[in-house]
Design a protein around this ligand. Structure first.
Ligand SMILES: Nc1ncnc2c1ncn2[C@@H]1O[C@H](COP(=O)(O)OP(=O)(O)OP(=O)(O)O)[C@@H](O)[C@H]1O
Ligand SMILES: [Mg+2]
Length: 608
């Protein structure tokens, strides 16, 4: 079973990646995005106009009559006549317009961006909850967690915020550069020559920032994995006195992440002073050049003033453009990771003309069934027939494939050879939901959700009435202890049922199975977590549950399987013996010796 993504998102070309981000996440928001870009244009234009306005404004305010002034003569009289009113008025009006643009921009972007994050998270979770068991066991949950939590944010920063900021910054650069050329093209050419030097220095720091950011991102994922592992295994950690070792292990990851963060922060904070020094040099040269241009009458004071303002605006926008490269790289890396996770198609899929499954099937046939998780076969040539209503016990040494065999029935994994049939229908031709709705599963360590006992019993059975739920609990011998709890059926069980004992959890799981009332029952060591006293209760409950149902059961205790209609003895994935308890103990094979040693007491019935 290999789980290769259908389209290799890892090798996806950047253009294809961008196209996919666009078509999946942005194009549904085209209208809003266009509005945001329009706002960005408004901000860029108003900013540039205010900068350009400085030139005539100063000329008007100081009543300079300069022949080189190229704007004032073109302005209408009602502006030039009352500069004390018109100069601030223009700035106020454009300032308000700029504010409106900025406001429209940010509110729209916040909406578009966070909706995008929500959609990605929903998609990821939907993939996750539908993924094959085999795949989930290979990937670590920490990676999923950091993908769901952080990658989506990074795609947002690049795709919506980044895109619009890019347009705005680009327009600011173009607008202000145009103004600078228009004011004094030769001076602007000189400035542009200095630009690449500053750019080269900046890109050096940016590269360092980017590298550090990527490292930090990878370590964030390791950190969540490490913390989750220590928490999940908290009992193991405590009993092995490994708190210090765990501190060291997680501390190591924290340190690595911190080193990346510090490197990144250093590079970022050094970038600003370094460019400031270079900018100061540039300004010095610029003033010398401007003095020379002014003497030859090519440049006015007002022109120089506006020119420097435009230069400042343009270079700030340029810096923003350069910074956005990093945002885009991070966004693309995150998108690549995201799509890789999203592209994993479940291999366990439904047949085209999937059939329903009758409650009253007559038999389940294992026909030369074979299975492997990887290369080595775990089950080989497993053939037997379970008649409806029979109980089939699976016995065998640890690792012989008992649980695996149970997991094949609900198609948690698909067979690699042979078939399993319900009457004449291959279980692969049965609709997956139909198949699973006919199967109830009780395992050694039943999983409970952090919800009320009532909701846990009714899980997957939304229409169950309170009466049905309580009846199921009574059948499972759980009603007594549930009523003794402070809030009865409305008691919350805590994360993974941590506030209940093993036997109590077990009985809730059995109640769940009673309520589901499925004709096929899978019991994987359903009683092994219990002490003898609660085992009696649970045992009785299980026997009630098994009545009238086809049951596959795995149990280590002989008493549980003694009455099974068929006992299949597995060894290294093969059925090596089969028969009833009496037959098998008489033949004196593996079952007899397992019964004698593993079950901890001599074969009682044979001795009688
Ligand atoms: N998810 C998995 N991925 C890969 N190999 C697995 C996986 N689960 C089980 N195996 C392997 O398959 C074999 C059978 O495992 P299985 O859990 O079916 O044994 P079992 O008979 O139920 O054992 P036990 O009595 O200890 O529960 C073992 O060798 C085990 O290492
Ligand atoms: Mg097992």
């Amino acid at each position: 079973m290999t789980h290769t993504p259908t389209t290799a998102a890892t090798e996806m070309r950047t253009s294809a990646l961008v196209a996919r981000v666009w078509s999946q996440y942005l194009s549904p928001q085209k209208g809003l995005l266009a509005f945001a870009i329009a706002c960005a244009v408004l901000v860029a234009v108003t900013t540039t106009v205010v900068v350009g306005w400085l030139d005539p404004a100063i000329n008007l305010l100081f009543r300079v009559n300069n022949t080189a002034d190229r704007i004032t003569p073109h302005l209408p009289v009602w502006i030039t006549a009352h500069p004390l009113i018109s100069v601030p008025a223009v700035i106020v009006v454009f300032g308000i317009l700029r504010f409106a643009g900025q406001r429209g921009l940010t509110t729209t972007l916040n909406r578009v961006g966070n909706q995008l994050v929500g959609r990605i998270q929903e998609q990821l979770f939907s993939r996750l909850v539908r993924a094959d068991l085999g795949h989930l066991q290979k990937a670590h949950s920490g990676q999923y967690l950091s993908s769901v939590l952080y990658d989506a944010d990074q795609v947002r920063d690049a795709a919506s915020t980044g895109l619009v900021q890019y347009v705005q910054a680009l327009l600011l650069v173009i607008g202000n550069l145009t103004f600078m050329f228009w004011t004094d093209w030769s001076m602007t050419l000189v400035v542009l020559l200095a630009g690449p030097v500053i750019g080269a220095v900046m890109s050096q720091y940016l590269k360092a920032t980017r590298k550090a950011a990527q490292g930090a991102m990878a370590e964030t994922s390791s950190l969540s994995t490490a913390v989750m592992e220590s928490l999940d295994g908290v009992k193991i950690v405590k009993i092995a006195n490994q708190e210090t070792a765990e501190e060291a292990r997680v501390g190591e990851v924290i340190n690595r992440r911190q080193r990346f963060l510090i490197k990144g922060a250093n590079a970022r904070s050094m970038a600003a002073p370094a460019t400031e020094v270079l900018t100061a040099f540039l300004l010095a040269g610029l003033l010398a050049f401007a003095g020379w241009r002014a003497q030859s009458g090519h440049l006015t004071v007002a022109g120089l003033f506006a020119y420097i303002a435009a230069l400042g605006t343009a270079s700030q926008a340029l810096r923003q453009l350069a910074g956005l490269q990093g945002t885009f790289t991070q966004g693309l890396t995150a998108a690549r990771r995201l799509f890789k996770a999203l592209d994993i198609e479940p291999e366990i899929t439904e047949a085209a003309n999937a059939k329903p499954l009758s409650r009253d099937f007559k038999a389940i046939t294992f026909d030369n069934a074979g299975f492997s998780y990887g290369d080595a076969p775990v089950l080989r040539n497993v053939s037997f027939i379970a008649k409806a209503g029979e109980s089939i016990a699976l016995v065998g040494p640890s690792g012989s494939g008992k649980s695996t065999l149970l997991n094949l029935l609900p198609r948690f994994y698909d067979l690699t050879a042979g078939d399993i049939r319900f009457d004449d229908i291959s279980h692969r031709d049965i609709a997956i939901t139909a198949l699973r709705s006919r199967i109830a599963l009780v395992t050694q360590d039943p999983f409970l959700f952090d919800d009320t006992i009532r909701a846990n019993i009714a899980y997957g059975n939304a229409n169950a009435t309170a009466e049905q739920i309580e009846q199921a609990a009574r059948d499972a011998a759980a009603d007594d202890f549930i009523r003794a709890l402070p809030q009865g059926y409305d008691t919350r069980v805590g994360e993974a049922g941590s506030r209940l004992s093993g036997g109590q959890k077990q009985r809730i799981a059995i109640a769940r199975a009673f309520l589901k009332d499925a004709p096929l029952l899978l019991l994987d060591e359903a009683t092994s977590a219990l002490d003898t006293q609660s085992e009696v209760k649970v045992q009785e409950a299980l026997e009630r549950l098994m009545k009238g149902r086809t049951t596959f059961l795995i149990a280590h205790r002989l008493s549980t399987i003694r009455h099974a209609d068929q006992i299949l003895v597995l060894d290294q994935g093969r059925i090596v013996e089969r028969g009833t308890h009496d037959q098998l103990t008489r033949t004196g094979g593996l079952y007899a010796s397992l019964a004698a040693t593993q079950f901890g007491h001599p074969v009682p019935e044979a001795a009688q």
